[in-house]
Every structure is written in structure tokens, then in C-alpha cells.
Design a protein around this ligand. Structure first.
Ligand SMILES: Cc1cc2nc3c(=O)[nH]c(=O)nc-3n(C[C@H](O)[C@H](O)[C@H](O)COP(=O)(O)OP(=O)(O)OC[C@H]3O[C@@H](n4cnc5c(N)ncnc54)[C@H](O)[C@@H]3O)c2cc1C
Length: 402
């Protein structure tokens, strides 16, 4: 049977393009099927935490618009304080540029891409895979589902499991020149307004990106929250001139370890639910899982591995350990939002730890390990917080914002 490629990748987001780049660099024939035409707008804050830099195997400075040194924290738009870091913590981009750049690198390395091909499902066989699009059927040895939160490959390969749905709204806002300049290295972060909810402003080259997110079960209140955020910005002296691209998009969060491959199919990035439940960050995990996916496919195609099991193992060990820990911290946050808010304000140690997590010098598991012999107590408090968090959300659903 003629194959269209060794590996077919559904989706040219960060997960798909980085996997394609790594595969093509290793001499594997790779075909990306992307439903849109590039460049395309992507609903996303597009804040890249510093730790991503060491994960991307080439320089991304051509698509970085701003560097973040300052955070302005608020809790439900009250108790505002700011914190500065000598080193950049976050880099902001726009997804049309960032994704286009990664795809360009993959194509330069030898990957092929076809736009306007929406993958609708896959059929897994012992020695090959059929990948269906609206227009035709493609055949390959392996398939990587990197199609994001739509999860077409993930669902079809029976890998869309244990996903807790999150949701976020995002808009691009044009503001007065003075504010744009004043906040060009500053993120606004509001948290604690409702259980699991948060809002952010990321400065871009010529505008600000404003977003709010939280559990999909509380989506009904998110537009209210978004409007409150706009008022808060205006009260902070920022004149909003125009709002464009106000849109929502799901944030899938995987809440259990398990399989991330099935036979000859792998899922990566949002299609695998690999997003941080605390912050909604997903690009870093898309990049890391895309690289792991490529590594596992190369091992399988070289006959050095009998299956793609190494991928599920690596994702469970390297990524899920982190993400499950983030989920526990989220429960703590939902239970003690004001205390944590004050802690970040009052304690230099807490602020430094926050910075170290963003810069990749510490991870969430280190936060727990930092409790040393009190680790058991930490685990217990997290369990109690999970229950309290459930009731906090239930209560909020009854009362909404006061
Ligand atoms: C409002 C909002 C704000 C966010 N802000 C941030 C942030 O600031 N920082 C951060 O790190 N993360 C953020 N995220 C999360 C981040 O956007 C995702 O985690 C990230 O895009 C995942 O990358 P991916 O490659 O897995 O999927 P995607 O980026 O979603 O890419 C999937 C690609 O596949 C294509 N596609 C979809 N379906 C099909 C199909 N059936 N066939 C073929 N192609 C298909 C899409 O067109 C797209 O190009 C945010 C998410 C939302 C919703």
C-alpha cells in the first residue's frame, strides 16, 4: 500500500509544528494536515513563560513582541499591588505570527503541509493508519493528533478521556498610546474573583490582549467578569479605544494519568488535555508533548521500540506529574484565595518562588517538596481543599457575583 507519509500530523499549532520539525530533522517523511489557511487568528493570550525558551530548538525572538518584568496583581479587582522581576518572566507574541513561524521552521526542515484539510477521524490498523479528511483519505504508518481542543483524532482514537472542560474568552483591545507604553512590560493578573477563575492582560506590540477564564461549568458568569475587567482597566487610567476579536475557546484539562497513545496514534498538546489547570497555560505543554511525540515515533519507525508506549510513559511521568500538582494547588487557591494573594504581596520568598516556576527554575512538584517533612500535611490540606473547592463552586453557582 502506498503511504502519503511516515507520519501524518493533524493540526499546525505549536504541538503539531514542533513534532513535524523534530521528525523532519530526523529524516522522517511527515505530512501536516491543517484545517485553516495560514496565517490565521487564534484565540489565545499568547503569553509564553520563560521556561519555554529552552524547549524550542531555535531562536523565537523574531516573533516576540514584549517581555514581562512586572505583574500587577488584584483579587476580584481589589487589593491591588505590583511586583517586579529583574529578569523577564513571560514573553508575549501573537499566535498568527508565532504559529506561522514554527510551521515555517518545520517546512524548512522538510515537513509538508496541506491547508484546508480538516481531519474528521482515523482508522487504526495493525500496520498502517487511515486519516480521513472531508476531501480524501490519507495513509501513513503513524498519526499524531495535534488538532487542539476540537479533539477529532483524540476522540476517534478513543483517547479523549478524563478531560475537565475549561473555557476562556479573549479580546484584542486598542488603547491610548500612553497606556500602551506605560504597561509595555506589565501583566495584569486578577484571581480569586470566582472559584477557578482568573483574568489577565498581556501587552502586545500595538495593543493589549485581555482575557478571562475558568471552569466551563461557570461559563455563564465569564462575560460579566470580562466586563468588570474592562471597567477596572478604565479606572486604572487605560482608555480603551476599540475591542476586536472577542471570542471564547475551550481549555481542555486532563485530570488523570492514562494512555496518550493507542496503537499507531498519539495525541499531543490540547488534544491530549495537556494544559495547566491553575493558569490555562498550554503552549509550553504543547511544545513538550510535541517533542516527546516525535521522539517516540522516531524510536518506533527505527524499530528501536516495539510500540508508542514510551510516549504515554513520558507524558505521565514528565508532564502529568506537574499538571496534577498544579491541579492540587488550584484547589488550595480556590479555598484560600485572599490568603494566597496576600502571601504573594507580603512574602519575597513567595514572589521569588512564583518567578522561579515561570522561569522553569522550579516546578510545582518542588513547591510541595519544599514542605520537607510537612509534605504529608500539605497532601492532607490539598485533599481537604479539593472538597472545599467543590462546595465553593457550588455556592458560587447559587449566588454568582455579589
Ligand atoms: C482564551 C485563551 C487564552 C489562552 N492563553 C494562553 C497563554 O497566554 N499562554 C499559553 O501558554 N496558553 C494559552 N492558552 C492555551 C493555548 O492556546 C493552547 O494550550 C495551545 O494553543 C495548544 O496548542 P496545540 O498545538 O495543542 O493546539 P492549537 O494551538 O489549538 O492548534 C491546533 C491546530 O489544529 C488545527 N485543527 C483543529 N481541528 C483540526 C482538524 N480537525 N483537522 C486539522 N486541523 C485542525 C487548528 O486550526 C490549529 O491550527 C489559551 C487558551 C485560550 C482558549
Amino acid at each position: 500500500m502506498t503511504k502519503d507519509a511516515d507520519v501524518i500530523i493533524a493540526g499546525a499549532g505549536p504541538a503539531g509544528s514542533i513534532a513535524a520539525y523534530q521528525l523532519a530533522k530526523a529524516g522522517v517523511s511527515v505530512q501536516i494536515l491543517e484545517k485553516s489557511e495560514f496565517p490565521r487568528y487564534k484565540v489565545c493570550g499568547a503569553g509564553l513563560t520563560h521556561k519555554i525558551l529552552s524547549e524550542i530548538p531555535f531562536d523565537i525572538s523574531p516573533v516576540i513582541e514584549t517581555k514581562i518584568h512586572t505583574f500587577i496583581f488584584s483579587s476580584g479587582f481589589n487589593k491591588v499591588f505590583s511586583r517586579n522581576s529583574e529578569y523577564p518572566l513571560i514573553y508575549c507574541t501573537m499566535r498568527d505570527k508565532f504559529d506561522g513561524y514554527l510551521l515555517e521552521k518545520a517546512v524548512a526542515a522538510g515537513a509538508r503541509v496541506q491547508f484546508g484539510e480538516k481531519v474528521t477521524g482515523v482508522e487504526l490498523h495493525n500496520s498502517y493508519v487511515n486519516v480521513f479528511t472531508r476531501n480524501r483519505t490519507f495513509t501513513s504508518f503513524l498519526v499524531i493528533g495535534a488538532e487542539g481542543a476540537t479533539g477529532a483524532v483524540a476522540r476517534s482514537a478513543n483517547l479523549w478521556k478524563d478531560i475537565m472542560p475549561g473555557l476562556a474568552w479573549e479580546a484584542e483591545i486598542r488603547v491610548d498610546a500612553l497606556s500602551l507604553q506605560k504597561y509595555s512590560d506589565t501583566v495584569f493578573l486578577d484571581w480569586g474573583a470566582f472559584p477557578g477563575g482568573y483574568g489577565w492582560v498581556f501587552p502586545k506590540g500595538d495593543h493589549l490582549s485581555l482575557g478571562v477564564g475558568g471552569p466551563a461549568s461557570l461559563s455563564k458568569w465569564m462575560m460579566d467578569y470580562y466586563k468588570k475587567f474592562l471597567i477596572y482597566l478604565e479606572n486604572s487610567g487605560i482608555a480603551v479605544i476599540e475591542t476586536t476579536s472577542l471570542k471564547s475557546w475551550p481549555i481542555p484539562v486532563r485530570v488523570k494519568r492514562g494512555n496518550f497513545h493507542n496503537g499507531r496514534a498519539i495525541v499531543a498538546g490540547d488534544a491530549a488535555g495537556l494544559t495547566d489547570p491553575l493558569t490555562g497555560e498550554g503552549i509550553y505543554y504543547a511544545i513538550r508533548s510535541g517533542k516527546l511525540a516525535a521522539e517516540s515515533c522516531i524510536g518506533f519507525l527505527n524499530c528501536s521500540a516495539p510500540s508508542l508506549l514510551s510516549y504515554s510513559k513520558a507524558v505521565n511521568q514528565d508532564l502529568m506529574t506537574e499538571l496534577l500538582e498544579a491541579n492540587r494547588i488550584k484547589y488550595l487557591f480556590n479555598t484560600f484565595p485572599l490568603r494566597i494573594h496576600r502571601f504573594v504581596n507580603d512574602s519575597d520568598r513567595a514572589w521569588r518562588a512564583f518567578g522561579k516556576v515561570l522561569r522553569g527554575e522550579k516546578n510545582y512538584a518542588d513547591v510541595r517538596n519544599g514542605f520537607g517533612k510537612w509534605k504529608t500535611l500539605w497532601n492532607l490540606v490539598c485533599c481537604i481543599a479539593q472538597v472545599t473547592s467543590y462546595f465553593a463552586e457550588k455556592r458560587f453557582r447559587k449566588t454568582g457575583f455579589h
